[in-house]
Design a protein. Structure first.
Length: 273
């Protein structure tokens, strides 16, 4: 397998940065994650928009133009011979002279296996737990996942799939996913603020035919009284949630809205460029 570092393709086992990098010293950097489907990368411009926006906010100049970056990503897919895979782009804080000051960023692009949710998971749904927390700079796709990683033991002990953040009862997001709630009136709602603007989230918000999807405030009480709840991300598309902490959601089984949205997302991924 090959990876890319700054200006060249390298064997993955030889792709590394120095310990002085701010990504190592302070956890400072940004990333984004794309998905190759049959050799194509759906919504690649949306991912690039977010990547460059995060980089600018974090004061990390990207050494490649968008056109150059696209060429590199597609060449990586071709070199590795994996038509269906995940692609991770990381932009670090660079080799800091004092372990605190931003330096010239390192651009690292790697390719990964892409396991999707199993048929059983989609048929049965998953349990999640909640935790009171709100991510700083939520619009930035930062490499700082300290709280999410720290909570993994709690997630496993609860036999749960993931953990949902809330603050004073107002829900925001998961460490790596967005949240959607189907209210009793049939409207699909996702938190409007304090969240990363996911690309799958954006695509769902664009749906029009036979479904109403909006941004708004969501509380824990809204979730407990929802007819359906689900999470979304690039690597998962949609996963139905049937239990939140000790509360069963709706009938306790995945509902029709989740399946309809999943079908639409698959159709969008496979449409011609």
């Amino acid at each position: 397998m090959y990876s890319f570092l700054n200006t060249e393709f390298l064997p993955a086992e030889k792709t590394f940065v120095h310990v002085s990098d701010l990504a190592v010293q302070r956890g400072y950097g940004i990333f984004d994650f794309l998905k190759a489907v049959n050799g194509k990368i759906p919504f690649i411009d949306d991912y690039f928009d977010r990547f460059y926006r995060s980089a600018e906010f974090m004061q990390l100049p990207v050494s490649l133009t968008r056109a150059q970056l696209k060429e590199v990503v597609y060449e990586l897919v071709q070199r590795n011979g994996e038509a269906n895979a995940g692609i991770k782009m990381v932009l670090t804080g660079g080799y800091s002279p004092d372990g605190y000051e931003i330096a010239t960023p390192n651009l690292i692009i790697t390719q990964h296996a892409l396991p999707m949710p199993s048929a059983k998971m989609l048929e049965q749904g998953v349990k999640i737990i909640t935790h009171e927390f709100r991510r700083e700079m939520p619009l930035v796709k930062s490499i700082n996942y300290t709280t999410g990683v720290w909570l993994q033991r709690k997630v496993k002990e609860a036999n749960a799939y993931d953990v949902l953040y809330h603050l004073h009862g107002e829900v925001s997001e998961f460490p790596r996913c967005n949240l959607f709630v189907v209210k009793e009136n049939g409207h699909v709602v996702t938190p409007a603020v304090h969240v990363l603007e996911g690309i799958t989230r954006k695509n769902i918000l664009s749906l029009r035919e036979g479904i109403t999807v909006v941004e708004g405030k969501i509380t824990l009480d809204d979730i407990w009284h929802a007819s359906e709840v689900f999470l979304t991300s690039t690597t998962k598309r949609v996963v139905p949630i049937v239990q939140v902490d000790d509360v069963r959601i709706g009938t306790g089984k995945p509902g029709p809205v989740v399946q309809k949205i999943l079908n639409e997302l698959i159709r969008m991924e496979n449409r011609p460029e």
